[in-house]
Design a protein around this ligand. Structure first.
Ligand code: PEP
Ligand code: MG
Length: 592
């Protein structure tokens, strides 16, 4: 049996609640992992021999390549293979692979791959750019060795393991998170990332426990090591002791019990103790979340992020395909409404179309309504599809990332063109569809009154509003401490947005992650927010929290928060009211 290891706890930032038990699967940047399997102790020498044979084959190929290239291009060019040869002749690497095979009883391919990965990670961090660039050589030679494990070279297996695991990676992008197989990936942990990245948002909506910011963890981890992920406190516990396992099993049962108890109450009205009604709706990214929307007790969908559906394949779905999807969603949430947000490409999500080179500042670049207004045909296809789905249920449109009046007016003018085109075509659609603007750029919050006069509702995207107000990249862990939801400037911008909407006689919602944050909930209610849209997992919790709040007290809190100068004062005021109002619910979101 593999040698018993001592429990090690790695601390990161929790971004998606939940607890899972599974072996680790480590994902390297650059290339796919080979198949992993356990070998009996009697086969250790055979695996070590297979490794030696693969190295020999690789060396021979590299020497041949060197002499061919030298003949064609000269000695200098041939020297590149010298660097490759050095990697596979490095004793430290070779010894670590032999040790890994012997200690962890894993096949030679995987042991080699895992060892090389740790070297790659180390090299990616060195300050010397020349050395950093050499990682490409190491990746190259690693792929070659992997192919040489079989006599008939083939590409390494790009499949994800087909067993349940906790995925650990330097980073995982939103589209890979979206594609995760929930039956196999029981949790994930990354070295970088932050709470408000789309990767984290997706983890929450998929209900996958997740941790980010596990700095330098990969270097020390072993593939297939048993582990526990604690998405409440941000711990990754590797090789947990019996005692830890037992404690976490009990905690997991307790959390399931509490979640079920909350679910029982989900059909109660979302109303404060003094009678203020709040509309509580759900954020979704995928059609397969629809059953979760109704099961959560949400009153419809306050934000359908369409970019995952529109950009998941190379070809963007056309009007018909979009119309069918939007109609299915509208029918599923009837009699409630679905707010369909038009494409919000870019930022940390996929760009609207392939770019010849990455944007230097994607969050300040070609994203949201800016992309749509510059790709009018694409935009109008989406608008027509939404208008047509409007005949099938309660559908509204919402424009992302508007920075001022002009964009809203331009988008509305295109909507009007679509209305005329559909009238001419004689198809069924809703010409009186409600139109909303997202307030997620400070300039739009300042202009809220004017924007409100043009639309039927405002929905505050706090994820972006906070990052743009305090100039902190929402996905950069280095500055995540400065990402302050309670910054007085954010509080004032939310207040002026609500005031602008009130003047125009329209409602204001919040669909950013702040809407599901128990600490700031009293503040949002006190500032006069009418609607909250949160991930489906959060709906029952927020429903109960609102039912414990007193609107008059929340208003006093909001007034106090508008007077103070620092975010920690806002935080302290909010925490006090949250603790006084729902101490038990706050206890449920921590694991201790
Ligand atoms: C937001 O910015 O708060 C928001 C809801 O939009 P997204 O997270 O998709 O940028
Ligand atoms: Mg946004």
């Amino acid at each position: 049996m593999p040698r018993e290891r001592k429990e090690i706890v790695y601390q990161g930032t929790p971004v998606s609640r939940g607890i899972a038990f599974a072996p680790l699967h480590i994902v390297a940047r650059g290339f796919a992992a080979p198949e992993i399997y356990t070998i009996p102790p009697s086969l250790i020498p055979r695996e070590q021999d297979r490794f030696a044979a693969a190295l020999e084959r690789t060396k021979e190929q590299l020497r041949n390549l060197r002499s061919q290239i030298e003949k064609i291009s000269g000695e200098e060019e041939g020297r590149i293979f010298e660097a490759h040869l050095m990697v596979i002749e490095d004793r430290t690497v070779l010894d670590r692979v032999d040790e890994a095979i012997a200690e962890r009883h894993q096949n030679a391919e995987y042991s080699f791959y895992a060892v090389i990965q740790t070297f790659l990670e180390a090299m990616r961090r060195v300050p010397d750019p020349y050395l950093r660039e050499r990682t490409v050589d190491i990746e190259d030679v690693c792929k070659r060795v992997l192919r040489n494990f079989s006599a008939e070279p083939e590409e390494p297996n790009a499949e994800q393991p087909d067993h349940q695991h906790i995925m650990v990676a330097y980073d995982i992008n939103p589209s890979d998170t979206a594609a995760m197989d929930r039956n196999h990936v029981l949790g994930f942990a990354t070295e970088v990332g932050s709470t408000n990245s789309h990767t984290a948002i997706l983890a929450r909506s998929l209900g996958i426990p997740a941790i980010v910011g596990l700095q330098n963890a990969i270097f020390n981890l072993h593939a297939l090591a048993p582990a526990i992920i604690d998405g409440y406190t941000g711990k990754l516990i590797v090789d947990p002791s019996e005692e830890t396992r037992k404690r976490y099993k009990e905690l997991q049962q307790e959390k399931t019990r509490l979640r079920e108890a909350l679910h029982e109450l989900r059909d109660t009205e979302t109303i404060t103790t003094d009678g203020r009604k709040i509309t509580l709706s759900a954020n979704i990214e995928f059609e397969h979340e629809l059953p979760l929307v109704s099961a959560s007790g949400a009153e419809g969908i306050g934000l359908f992020r369409t970019e995952f559906f529109l950009l998941e394949n190379e070809e963007c779905p056309g009007e018909e395909e979009q119309y069918h999807l939007y109609s299915r969603i509208a029918q599923s949430v009837k009699p409630h409404q679905v707010i369909i947000r038009t494409l919000d490409a870019g930022g940390d999500k996929v760009p609207g179309e392939p770019l010849s080179e990455p944007e230097p500042n994607p969050f300040l670049g070609w994203r949201g309504i800016r992309f749509s207004l510059s790709r009018r045909d694409l935009f109008k296809e989406q608008l027509r599809a939404i208008l047509r789905a409007g005949a099938k249920g309660q559908v509204s449109i919402m424009f992302p990332l508007v920075s001022g009046l002009r964009e809203v007016r331009e988008a509305k003018a295109l909507l009007q063109e679509c209305i005329e085109e559909l009238t001419e075509r004689g198809v069924e659609f809703n010409p009186d569809i409600d139109v909303g603007a997202m307030i997620e750029v400070p300039s739009a919050a300042v202009m809220a009154e004017e924007i409100a006069a043009e639309v039927d509702f405002l929905s505050i995207g706090t994820n972006d509003l906070i990052q743009y107000t305090v100039a902190v990249d929402r996905i950069n862990p280095r500055v995540s401490d400065l990402y302050k939801p309670g910054h007085p400037a954010v509080v004032r911008l939310i207040q002026s947005t609500v005031a602008g909407a009130d003047k125009a006689g329209i409602w204001t919602g919040v669909c950013g992650e702040l809407a599901g944050d128990l600490l700031y909930l009293p503040l949002l209610i006190g500032l006069g927010i009418d609607e909250l849209s949160v991930g489906t997992q959060q709906v029952p919790l927020i429903n109960q929290a609102v039912r414990h709040l007193n609107y008059a007290e929340c208003q006093l809190l909001a007034q106090a928060c508008l007077q103070v100068g620092e975010s920690r004062e806002v935080d302290a005021l909010c925490r006090q009211l949250a603790e006084d109002s729902y101490p038990d619910l706050l206890g449920q979101i921590s694991s201790q």
